[in-house]
Ligand binder design. Structure first.
Ligand SMILES: NC(=O)c1ccc[n+]([C@@H]2O[C@H](COP(=O)([O-])OP(=O)(O)OC[C@H]3O[C@@H](n4cnc5c(N)ncnc54)[C@H](OP(=O)(O)O)[C@@H]3O)[C@@H](O)[C@H]2O)c1
Length: 297
């Protein structure tokens, strides 16, 4: 088996990626503040991706065939309030990973986001111009530009709002929502923020295909096929899990005192990925059914 390194293995996406990757790759992962419990999902190493020498040493030692770079600071308001820290990790960290991967001739899959778009139009394709509203989106776009200028073998995979179970802790908003609805607690969900939610297992399957297929280069939008507000998405969850919808309270995003600017509609089109990848996009119903099934097994 060939070697794959996943940065951010202690995160929601990285943990799910590692659990699937171990079937076909000799898998290595990284963590920063949350050590990864020994579960057989690859070998984990501590690294601060903001530290160039640490990153170079690790990637040089492992010499992976592919690096999936998922580590980032993902909390929008934290990024806006601690811009220097966000820049060190999301921009400088990406530069460190890209340089070290290039030195060992590794293919690089950079995990980016739909938040690189302004959000006034929605249903963005790979040809649309990214123009981030908030600081988090800005750092991720700078990461994209660094990867495209430093890497000779790369994909930029833009993910949209992810849902599913996380492996190491409660890292995903759907887990909190399901827990609240199960305990009959009110959940406030935005009626005026649109995304194309993507099931994390389905996304991982596609990312691993991108990792394996050297001929695929450039930008790919890996978002779900249905454009929904968070409120509409919450209703789908309630229906699938049999929770009472009356606990879901529709609210406007304008009523929340967020610090970072949030794009109103950064839904993405996925036709390019759908036509090129062998893995198929699941519907929201399929994703939620699988989530429910995982709860019962
Ligand atoms: N979740 C979504 O809905 C979504 C949507 C679009 C794009 N994305 C992108 O997907 C990627 C993964 O997101 P996620 O949801 O899995 O985020 P997450 O759960 O917050 O995980 C972030 C990961 O980054 C690591 N990290 C943070 N600072 C680090 C540092 N200084 N050095 C090394 N590692 C560091 C964290 O390690 P520790 O926890 O060990 O500190 C963690 O493993 C990100 O690039 C994000 O931009 C996510």
């Amino acid at each position: 088996m060939e070697r794959l390194l996943i940065t951010g293995g202690s995160g929601f996406l990285g943990g799910n990626l590692a659990s699937l990757a171990t079937y076909c790759w000799e898998t290595y992962t990284t963590y920063h503040s949350s050590p990864i419990p020994e579960r057989g999902f690859g070998t984990a190493f501590y690294v601060d991706i903001g530290k160039e020498d640490e990153v170079r040493r690790l990637i040089g030692k492992l010499s992976p065939k592919v690096v999936i770079h998922a580590a980032a600071i993902t909390h929008l308001d934290f990024c806006a309030q601690h811009q220097w820290v966000a820049r060190e990790v999301n921009v400088r960290g990406t530069e460190n990973v890209a340089l070290a991967a290039e030195q060992v001739k590794a293919r690089l899959i950079y995990v980016s986001t739909d938040s690189v778009f302004k959000g006034d139009e929605g249903l963005y394709s790979e040809d649309d111009l990214p123009e981030p509203l908030g600081y988090y989106g800005q750092t991720k776009l700078e990461g994209e530009r660094i990867v495209s200028s430093l890497s000779s073998n790369y994909c930029i995979a833009r993910a949209s709002l992810l849902y599913g179970w996380s492996l190491n802790s409660s890292r995903c908003f759907t887990e909190t929502m399901i827990n609240d609805l199960r305990n009959k607690r009110e959940v406030k969900l935005f009626v005026d923020e649109y995304r194309t939610p993507m099931y994390v297992k389905n996304l991982c399957e596609m990312f691993l295909e991108l990792a394996a297929r050297d001929e695929l280069q450039g930008i790919f939008h890996i978002g779900g096929s249905q454009r929904l507000s968070r409120f509409e998405f919450g209703l789908r969850i309630a229906q699938e899990f049999g929770f009472n919808e009356k606990y879901i309270n529709p609210v406007s995003v304008k009523t929340f005192p967020f610090v970072d600017k949030r794009p109103r509609d950064c839904s993405m089109r996925n036709e390019k990925a759908a036509s090129i990848l062998k893995a198929k996009f699941w519907s929201i119903e399929q994703g939620l059914k699988d989530m429910k099934q995982c709860l019962m097994t």
